[in-house]
Design a binder for this molecule. Structure first.
Ligand SMILES: [Zn+2]
Length: 169
């Protein structure tokens, strides 16, 4: 099932999500739906709050579905180490059509659980490190625009308000 994606301005995107505590069939179904939703939206990552579900859960595929081995499910993820810096264009499915150069660590290590509750750690570099950080922040109620200058952030907020008013958001 493909979920509609919640856009910036909805409260669920800006509050910390609750930890996942039940590793059952309904979690598996939710994960499958999130992967389907991410691919349908051509995203490289999707966090549960972006479909209106306030749980610490995200899916990532930096290959956008091209490489089956790059599909990742992170339950209760936590960034435990970072190194270096990169500044690249970043976007978010909840802020469609807005992209901005965003500073992130060059490498990041995440500790998470899989869909069966087993703990693992994983390190990523470049786009994968960026995705780890972006998605983990979603689960803390933080969006990538919080890393931009106030000027840039206010400009995006203004454009969103305008689109909301025009019924285009
Ligand atoms: Zn996002």
């Amino acid at each position: 099932m493909i979920y509609p994606i919640v856009k910036y301005g909805q409260e669920v995107l800006e509050r910390p999500a609750a930890p996942v505590t039940h590793f059952d069939g309904s979690l598996e179904k939710l994960v499958a739906d999130m992967i389907e939703t991410m691919y349908a939206a051509n995203g490289v990552g999707l966090a549960a709050p972006q479909i209106g579900i306030s749980l610490k859960l995200c899916v990532i595929d930096v290959s956008c579905g091209k490489d089956p081995t790059s599909k990742l499910v992170l339950v209760n993820p936590e960034i435990i180490a970072t190194e270096g810096e990169q500044v690249e264009e970043e976007g978010c499915l909840s802020l469609p059509d807005f992209r901005a150069k965003t500073p992130r660590p060059l490498r990041a290590t995440v500790r998470a659980q899989d869909v069966g509750g087993r703990e693992f750690t994983l390190s990523g570099e470049g786009l994968l490190a960026r995705a780890f950080c972006h998605e983990a922040e979603h689960l803390g109620g933080k969006l990538f625009i919080s890393h931009l200058s106030r000027l840039k952030r206010d400009s995006i907020k203004r454009q969103v308000r305008r689109m909301v008013k025009a019924g285009e958001w």
